[in-house]
Design a binder for this molecule. Structure first.
Ligand code: IPD
Length: 263
């Protein structure tokens, strides 16, 4: 399959699984009110959506590998791995905030530092947007081609995220302090895949966050690069919680300098 065909498959499965996630959330609210907790419903929905994606991929692409947030890895023989976050933005999903996404990417290779992203889809089922990209074919939201933005004279509209471990918050806030001098404003949307899609779309100028997992960024990173931007994960001193940066080449260089190299 060509990257464009892999993308079309990712789109099809993301649409189907996004609909399942949306439906389960709606049903789960009433279910949680009577018998089980909302946290259980969310965990169940996460697993069920990933199981659907995995089963659909296994049927269509039996020789490919799989790396998913919920069900882990499955080795393949084709050299292609599908990297999947069934519900990126789980806290939003649990809290009834519509900003969550299904993220599906096809990559060549297994190591996130070395793999070549081939195709990706990030689907917001409540908002109703499908972001997609295929290697060397550009990035799109529905039918419209995406192009990253350059910050205007008022500064960069940036987004970030914070890890779920409270012990990391002080350090992450210090990072925010380092970039605010060049920011027009800062968003914390709650879904890394959506943040990256919005950078690709030029809605946000840039994004920085430590500690993402491969399934959080695999599809979104391809959206950014196919929209003319740059996505990097510089080493820095904190090798456990690697920094992730996205935006125009110039902005990414400036964010990296401020966060990692400014005394
Ligand atoms: C999380 C979201 C969030 C980001 C976290 C991720 P999940 O993914 O993308 O925006 O700040 O780092 O773990 O857990 O909701 O799939």
């Amino acid at each position: 399959m060509s990257p464009a065909e892999l993308r079309d498959l990712a789109i099809e499965i993301a649409r189907e699984s996004g609909e399942l996630a949306r439906r389960r959330r709606a049903e789960g609210v009433s279910l949680a009110a009577t018998k089980s907790s909302l946290a259980d419903i969310v965990t169940e929905a996460d697993r069920e959506v990933e199981a659907l994606i995995r089963a659909r991929l296994a049927a269509e692409r039996p020789d490919d590998g799989f790396l998913g947030e919920e069900s882990g890895t499955g080795a393949g023989t084709s050299g292609i791995t599908w990297v999947v976050d069934p519900i990126d933005g789980t806290v939003n999903y649990a809290s009834g905030i519509p900003l969550y996404a299904v993220s599906i990417a096809a990559v060549e290779g297994e190591d996130p530092d070395r793999w070549t992203p081939l195709a990706g889809a990030v689907h917001s089922p409540v908002v109703g947007e499908m972001f997609s990209a295929a290697r060397a074919e550009g990035a799109f939201v529905d039918g419209t081609r995406l192009r990253i933005a350059e910050p205007g004279p008022a500064g960069a509209l940036l987004a970030t995220g914070f890890g779920y471990d409270p012990s990391t918050h002080v350090g992450d806030l210090a990072t925010v302090g380092r970039v605010m001098p060049i920011a027009r404003d800062l968003r914390r949307g709650g879904s890394a895949a959506t943040d990256l899609a919005y950078v690709a779309a030029g809605r946000l100028d840039g994004y920085f966050e430590r500690g993402l997992q491969p399934w959080d960024f695999a599809a979104g990173a391809l959206l950014v690069t196919e929209a003319g931007g740059r996505f990097i994960r510089p080493e820095g001193a904190d090798v456990v919680r690697r920094l992730n940066l996205a935006g125009s080449a110039e902005l990414v260089t400036e964010l990296e300098r401020r966060i990692l190299h400014q005394p």
